[in-house]
Design a protein around this ligand. Sequence first.
Ligand code: GDP
Ligand code: IMO
Ligand code: MG
Length: 423
Amino acid sequence: MAVDLLLGLQWGDEGKGKIVDVLTSKYNIIARFQGGPNAGHTLVFNGKKHVLHTIPSGIFHENAINLVGNGVVIDPVIFKKELEKLDEQSVNYKDKLFISRKAHIILPTHRLLDAASEASKGKAKIGSTLKGIGPTYMDKTGRNGLRIGDLELEDWEEKYRALADKHEAMIGFYDVDIQYNLAELETEFFKALKTLKSLKFIDSEEYIFQAQKEGKSILAEGAQGSLLDIDFGTYPFVTSSNTTAAGACTGLGVAPNKIGDVLGIFKAYTTRVGSGPFPTELFDEDGATMSRVGNEFGATTGRARRCGWLDLVALKYACQINGVTKLMMMKADVLSGFKTLKVCTAYNYKGQTIDHLPFNIEPENVSPIYTEMKGWNEDLTGMNSSSQLPKALNDYIDFLEKELELSITIVSVGPDREQTIFR
Ligand code: GDP
Ligand code: IMO
Ligand code: MG
């Protein structure tokens, strides 16, 4: 069976965790394919909120297998904390949470290198989550990294020491003052490795291949969003992996001709956390309202997310790069109460009107051109069918579908699993 993908189309935090959880009952396997604990995926059900960083968002369903793919980078310390949270909820994960032997490991010194790199950049910093993501992927592509499979080898400790020593020397090259106690960090790290080793490590590409052959249904869960993609995002203000559809092929070992639906998820407006250009960003009351009503604070770092109107130029680009087949619109409820809504349909780029994403979207080159639409006042959070949605919202949806030439199949009207309208 083909593998379906679920990907964020903006700068992350679109609501991927919620929708993966909602869709898990339709799938046998949920597989994360890239990123690491820089992600924070929020699920809400039975009045309780859960935040996952590395563990796939299907973990709360009894029968689904959850797989952490080779494209993911794993911090054992954070992973252990996630498992402890699951233990508190009596979630049984032992027989249904598998880790790829080819996934790379985030070492404590990767986190220190991340901090040193960011500190050295001063004002030009990326706004990284400081989870060691960049340095770990750098070691992967530099062919120096350590993988989950290495934990099963006899010379693991020597390999670890050699890399950690090299990292310490590298930290010294940065002209910044980073305080740390490596011995303490290592005690915590080695303890966490023990916990990690109690889980099942697998050759995940083979596992997925066989599962497909047996007709099992698989949903690949993305992290971050298309505009944070290392190739196609707003470089250098991006993450260090391919967050787009191609990343699912390399991050799981799924051939391109075995991909089925590509489910693209976006917020009814736009948010971004960290540095980098954001053409439709708002600095006024409207932005403050989105932030307050949408509770726009990062699930991993707690930082305030920057807010702005929906950007269709960027969204169209993301649909193209990913080959999106179906759209899902999140947080429609947050827009209730705006008299007028704005949607960016083109950019003024160095004096010319363009409707594609140019190389550079810094504010000195790009200003958004908006189409205005009528807002709605109704509270959507208790609605459960598409026939209840206000006319102005249906007009907003129709407009987006026409512009993007794709159907919006889910409208989300609140954080809870139940607050999901299928169309
Ligand atoms: P992810 O990283 O894509 O999984 O998204 P996050 O969990 O980081 O951020 C999405 C936030 O919006 C979380 O706090 C969710 O609980 C919340 N959320 C998801 N869908 C909706 C929705 O339709 N309405 C509202 N108000 N909140 C939502
Ligand atoms: P989810 O999966 C939103 C952002 C950071 C920073 C940049 C690089 O929850 O949508 P990194 O730690 O990767 O070096 O940070 O990317 N970023 C995210 N923003 N959601 C995320 O994940 C993010 N993961 C990284 O804020 O700007
Ligand atoms: Mg998030």
